[in-house]
Ligand binder design. Sequence first.
Ligand SMILES: *Cc1c(COP(=O)(O)O)cnc(C)c1O
Length: 363
Amino acid sequence: MSYKLFIPGPIAVSEKTLRAMTQPLIGHRSTDFVALYQAIQPDLQALAATQDPVYLSTSSAWGAMEGSLRNVTRKKVLCCMNGAFSDKWLDVAQRCGLAAGALKFEWGQPIDPAALRRELATGQYDALTLIHNETSCGCMTDLAAVMAVVREFPDVISIIDTVSSFSALPIRKDELGVDVLITGSQKALALPPGLSLLSVSARARARAATAPQRGYYFDFLEFQKNHENGMTPSTPVIPLIYALRSKLEDIRAEGLEARYARHARLNQTVRAWAQAKGFTLFPQEGYGSVTLNCFNNNLGYDLPALNKLLKSKHHLVIDGGYGKLKGKTFRISNMGDETEATIASLLQSLDAALAETPKLATA
Ligand SMILES: *Cc1c(COP(=O)(O)O)cnc(C)c1O
């Protein structure tokens, strides 16, 4: 059975992207590959507003996230936490044997710049992890405000996850002073899973050179050495790089400003629909994500029953809540290739399915 994904990742992939992946393979040390690699760099750098290289890692985002920790943490990393993915980053740091501290907020609350300043001022830290858009609870932190604080501490190398926000709104890496910017393929970029991108500053590479435990697969210096030759350290997932090239053409054709505006508009359309029904937004007012909405299930619907109806009758699925929010919230993605028409059709389906969905007695 085929159905369309409106969960916040992986998301629906266009026919054009899927077709791009079926092109014949090329050798990853061939001049054809070098041409492919070098051709996509300027578009990737423009998307991140950076002069730094954008490395291609054959891994899901967690590979690049874990690898970055090992490249830049010498003393102690501060993990900013406000949802499932950012919480997990602390656990990952500890599993890597790194000293790690937690700056914890409730899920759905943004990272508070003043609290961040107080913690960094203790002088213990030389690295920081932060998730721009906490997909698990639909909360988007004000990256400019946070980075203004991080820049006050020149020893701190920042690792910023933009997995579910990259290309959906402006993220000006160099202007903000972000050292390591990470994204994955299957969320905001609307590609299949398996590729992650990381743009790494010279500062972060210099730190990596002093980190003996940085390993091989995600070694920033290996990435850089190969990057200078238009290649990746090991055999990359070439079909996904074809898909990325195709997506970058789409983005160029639409125009960045139009792409940003489309995401903002469709996000508001979904939010207005839900609020008219009586649902409330889960994240703190003013910090809702632009690429998805996480709503409280305050009307007490049986969310598994809703999704069953959506899947069987309307051939689509939404998300019924992540981790500890399962059943308590639901999430609807508007990232990637969605349009006024696809979102209108989604909302029509939701109206029809909700009318048939039982409410839970306990609500
Ligand atoms: C999905 C997601 C991840 C994890 O990505 P994988 O590709 O599963 O490794 C990390 N951070 C955020 C914000 C995400 O949404």
